[in-house]
Design a protein around this ligand. Structure first.
Ligand SMILES: [Zn+2]
Length: 181
């Protein structure tokens, strides 16, 4: 299981490097989609990337933290990707969808977003940019740490990083095309 507490306490900056040959390696987190980038030695798909690229510029626009002990990070990424793809099929996003299957996907995404509050109650923030600081304040007691590891997840909002503003929507379009063809 991804230990986001240990990960956030690492001194090394966690930023992404694009893969020279995307698509040849499967994502180490969801073990489902092809990887397009690496953070350190970990190959990641676009949906799992924000869970590892904690120091990426503009990370809070791309993803946030939620409290969701019921699902492992990789399973959550698979689910969230499905919600984004469902919306992309109707040319909307989880924020703009209102009707049909996309509307249902948007409602489910909103339910996941609401899990931010449960994390704010525990560590004081749901922003990834503030996560390192919050982790340093956590008690190092192993039982408490295990508790946090068991529930902190990263939720991809369907947005792109600012250095490639169309990247995630293009990614979804590609998947939509492959689904409908
Ligand atoms: Zn992945």
């Amino acid at each position: 299981m991804l230990d986001l507490v240990r990960y956030a306490r690492l001194k090394k900056k966690q930023i992404a490097t694009r893969l020279e040959e995307p698509g040849t390696t499967i994502c180490a987190c969801c073990q489902h989609m092809p990887a397009t980038a690496t953070v350190g030695d970990t190959a990641l798909c676009p949906t799992c990337l924000p869970a590892f690229a904690l120091d990426a510029h503009g990370i809070d626009h791309v993803a946030s933290l939620i409290w969701l002990p019921q699902l492992e990070q990789g399973v959550l990424s698979r689910l969230v990707l499905t919600l984004h793809v469902t919306c992309a099929r109707q040319s909307v996003t989880v924020r703009t969808a209102a009707t049909g299957e996309a509307g249902i996907a948007a409602l489910n995404f909103e339910l996941l977003m609401m899990r931010e509050n449960a994390l704010v109650d525990r560590i004081g923030t749901a922003k990834i940019s503030e996560y390192r600081k919050a982790c340093r304040k956590l008690d190092s007691d192993p039982v408490q740490r295990a508790h946090f590891i068991s529930g902190i997840r990263v939720l991809h909002h369907g947005n792109s990083f600012s250095d490639a503003p169309q990247f995630y929507s293009d990614y979804l379009r590609t998947l939509t095309g492959s689904v409908t063809s």
